[in-house]
Design a protein around this ligand. Sequence first.
Ligand code: BDP
Length: 707
Amino acid sequence: MRVFVRLLAGLLLAAGLLGSAHAEDGYDLWLRFRPLTGAALAQTETRLGSIAAADTKDIAVAELSRGLSGLLGKPVPVLPDGKVVLGTADDPAIQALGLDLRGLGPDGYVIRSVGDRTIVAGGSRTGLLYGVFHLLRLAQETAPLTALNLREVPKIDRRILNHWDNLDRYVERGYAGQSIWDWHKLPDWQDPRYTDYARANASIGINGTVLNNVNANATILTRPYLEKVAALAAVFRPYGIRVYLTARFSAPKEIGGLPHADPADPAVAAWWKAKADEIYSIIPDFGGFLVKANSEGQPGPQDYGRTHADGANMLADALAPHGGIVMWRAFVYSHETPDDRAKQAYTEFVPLDGKFRDNVLVQVKNGAIDFQPREPFHPLFGAMPKTPLVMEFQITKEYLGFATHLVYLAPMWKEVLDADTFRPKQGSTVAKVVDGSLDGHRLSAMAGVANIGVDRTWSGSHFDQANWYAYGRLAWNHGLSSEVIAREWAAATFGADPALVNPILSMMLPSHQAVVDYMTPLGLHHLMGRGHHYGPAPWLEGGPRADWTSVYYHRATRTGIGFDRTRRGSGAVDQYAPIWADRFDKVKTTPPEFLLWFHHVGWQEKLATGRTLWAELLHRYGQGIETVAGMRRTWDGLKGKVDDARWQQTATFLSIQHKEAQWWRDASVAYWQSIHGLPLPPGEQPPPQPLSYYQSLSFPFAPGDGK
Ligand code: BDP
């Protein structure tokens, strides 16, 4: 029997069906490089069949050779007159070609066809590596490889992942298993996963990683842990990735033996300075600190009556001599402040504009509440022109169905990046604020809360890999469309055949709208289960703080629903530029997707669609569910065209998503009806269970809960 199995495996290998040592379990991400066939194979062989490089030991050579060998199904030689010529701008062989390499910066590159050769020239070794991954992407996509004339420079300098990983390997809001950082075995044992992580990130241009949770543990700043961090930094360095850490504001007290952590005390500042010096002595390219202070119970400068600027500047002064930066989060709100939670970050931070050191960036979530399925852009974008603002997106799907819902997030991120702040004038998009071009900032950064864990797929599902991928691509170039990115990803992940790529795109592209529709249509938000945020719980009230309940956000009564943020309500609309404020202030001019974000609307009020609000809600729930049903049908049609392992897991996850979409609709409908007592619009099915059933469900072990 065993002999037979081995024989079969050998046959399959020979037939190219088992391209690598392991099955299609997703571990290879978009770097699969399975053998090409037909014209794509012939073209790649002709154009890219051998490599020449000034430094044959360069990691770019290793990556290109690995990728091409996979695509061509045989080793690709490195020869003095190889067809693909790799080098940096200062290599004599590249200079001899006379290409215009000005302004590439360290991360930029050009790819140029010169006769029958293809030149990849980088502004530095990192730029060259990025160029190599671009060339491999073209080959995987089976794009034409002749007459190439590409020049790429990233729009944003720091393209960073934020891991919300605790030192005990629990990942807050993580749906892909434990943290990949095996702190216990570091620094001696360096899991090969660390290298694969670095390769994957470099392939999409990510150049920084914050290793630990924003709800920070000061232990990471102790010597033994810094040595572990240094070991990771050494693995990442050749791939152009720097490490950053979160800094717990009370660390001087907790690990430094000081009586307090008041930033105005020179002894506290001196402690941080010494700590920074120590870090740089073992990690010379350390990136800097990310800080969550005075938010959700974290310590901060306000504990001592100081401002966020006082706290950030103290850390900035400690890092400045080494070139480090501080990313200070604006995700602050207090339940003691009776004001609308959506307004609090703006109220607190706008007066601080201009008060931060020039190595401080303020990190702002895409919306003013908290990574909801859809939020209007955060009003801080455009309101702090003197301060570089970091865009913080959440790649992990805390509020979007965890790992089992197929939701492609690029359309959501693009919606925010492309939004026009109208500050100071039309055309001032959020993207231009973030990339620094609007206000001429030297520093620019984007942060994505990672969806990575020890799961074989890395991200908890095959399609969640697309969100990691899309985040990196958008941080590199926010001008790319969601569709272009999805196409690249799908071709690399499943194969370039349009018979695969097109149906996969037809699933991915409407998936964000679908989740919004079946969970929180028309601007509803924060209706998820308490703590873990899994499943519907619009009835949530009570508990430690009002702004952690659902009723705080939907404000449903017998007569209407929605949070009045107009000038008659909380006045949040006036945190936007006047043109938006005036639009958001009126129901008529508010985009329907944000209707109940800004307005309290009567259940029976007629909307522009001709339906009442109540009927429209039901209509949207139904549309969301129908989109998921359609995604399932499409995926069913791909059975046999996608390998069994990935097909089966995705099919199962889609069935979970379908079931849960229906659950969201049914539980929500049962609850809304209990509030207003209205009948269902014609054709709508009543929820199969009474409200009490949905309310009785509990999920004590739902993953990722904050601790
Ligand atoms: C919320 C999460 C919580 C995080 C917090 C944050 O529920 O786990 O700690 O944001 O961003 O989305 O600090």
